[in-house]
Ligand binder design. Structure first.
Ligand SMILES: Nc1ncnc2c1ncn2[C@@H]1O[C@H](COP(=O)(O)OP(=O)(O)OP(=O)(O)O)[C@@H](O)[C@H]1O
Ligand SMILES: [Mg+2]
Length: 375
């Protein structure tokens, strides 16, 4: 059975254009030109997705969203706002009312709408009615494998869910290595974005790139330490809130930067992956990291400890690690010899270079966990 979409817009040209585009993709599309008509149709038979304009002749689009969300028969349907308005306050108001995604009417909006429709409808309902999920990757010690795990988890996630819209953001300042690990360079960075006069959905999307060879998108932190110094920290939260509108998953490499930059992101994260290597010094430092997070009100349920065996020898057992940290490692990435470094040096997904390696299972397990864990 094709997914049912209700398209609510008073402009007949818009309706005809998007209806045709969605039907070409195999969706079954019904239409309404007034809010009251749409609400009647939804009450009679709720669609899987409501696509609506923000401005309607009879009821305010936001009011339509509220009513749909407050009725138990329709509260779980996916909602995308399709509007000519791109102001951040409009976007935020729609999301706060319960919309899942926002697409600005402009050239290419049909492609964006189809991608978001697919992503929303391919997710379990409990996930699709939420905003994009932020997953932070951090560690207490440099070189623990944070970047390697972040990009290879993103790779596993996109391979398991090709319809999902995933963006990896490098928030390691002054110099991150996500770009190098992906074989990708860009002058469109978070630091530069933070200096833009208007930071809205349209602006942010113009900064998010698609590196060749990787299925997810990426936003780098800064092109050099000098540019990193220009990062306006006060804009970080707005940038991530806006990223949540357009993407299903925002995987953030925080490295070991525990600072004013990372705190708002950690607070917004659904899950925080803490990468630990099995040596006593790292485990002890990680305990302080966990205490720091807890002292900022971040509850333990969000924390996921990953034991990454970057070296051959193990200096401490899983049991000791669990005892010291108060949280048992949920996943263990095996020691991958020089293979991980070879994959990173060639800027390819680990799994494409070593498809037989058992690490595939761990990356898939982490991806599955992130996909299904609901907060
Ligand atoms: N499980 C593993 N087995 C073997 N080598 C690994 C493993 N995980 C990561 N590595 C290697 O360890 C090194 C450090 O990894 P990575 O750069 O991902 O760490 P990081 O925590 O991001 O470091 P930084 O502090 O520089 O940001 C890299 O050379 C990487 O290839
Ligand atoms: Mg790193």
């Amino acid at each position: 059975m094709p997914n049912k979409i209700l398209l609510l817009d008073s402009d007949q040209t818009t309706v005809a254009w998007f209806k045709g585009k969605l039907e070409n993709q195999g969706f079954s599309v019904d239409t309404a030109d007034l809010g009251a008509v749409a609400l009647r149709k939804i009450a009679a038979a709720p669609p899987d997705l409501l696509v609506l304009d923000r401005v309607l002749p009879d009821i305010d689009g936001i009011e339509v969203i509220r009513r749909v969300r407050s009725d138990p028969h329709s509260s779980r349907i996916a909602i995308i706002v399709l509007s000519a308005l791109s102001r951040p306050d409009v976007l935020t108001a729609c999301l706060n009312a319960g919309a899942n995604r926002y697409v600005v009417k402009r050239p290419g909006a049909d492609v964006e709408l189809i991608a978001k429709t697919r992503a929303l409808l391919s997710q379990p309902k409990s996930l699709s009615t939420r905003r994009g999920r932020i997953v932070a990757f951090c560690s207490a010690k440099g070189g623990s494998g944070t970047t390697s795990l972040c990009i290879n988890t993103a790779d596993a996630l996109i391979k398991a869910h090709p319809g999902a819209d995933i963006v990896v953001v490098d928030m390691v300042f002054p110099m991150g290595t996500v770009g190098t690990a992906l074989g990708f360079e860009s002058s469109k960075t978070v630091a530069k974005l933070s200096q833009e006069k208007t930071i809205d959905h349209v602006m942010i999307e113009s900064y998010v790139s698609h590196p060749v060879r990787w299925g997810f998108r990426v936003l780098l932190g800064a092109k050099d330490p000098q540019e990193a110094g220009t990062l306006d920290v006060t804009k970080v939260q707005l940038i991530f809130e806006t990223l949540q509108i357009a993407h299903d998953y925002i995987l953030v490499d925080l490295g070991r930067t525990l600072s004013r930059i990372s705190l708002p992101i950690l607070e917004m994260s659904s899950n925080i992956i803490i990468v630990v290597t099995p040596d006593i010094a790292t485990v002890k430092t990680t305990r302080f990291l966990i205490q720091y997070l807890e002292s900022h009100g971040i509850d333990r349920e969000r924390l996921v400890v990953v034991n990454n065996r970057t070296v051959g020898r193990v200096w401490t057992t899983i049991e000791d690690m669990a005892h010291e940290l108060g949280i048992a490692p949920k996943f263990t990435v095996p020691y991958l010899l020089e293979h991980m470094t070879m994959a990173i040096n060639e800027a390819v997904p680990f799994i494409e270079k070593f498809p037989e390696d058992s690490a595939l299972m761990t990356f898939n397990d982490i991806a599955r966990f992130l996909y299904t864990s609901i907060r």
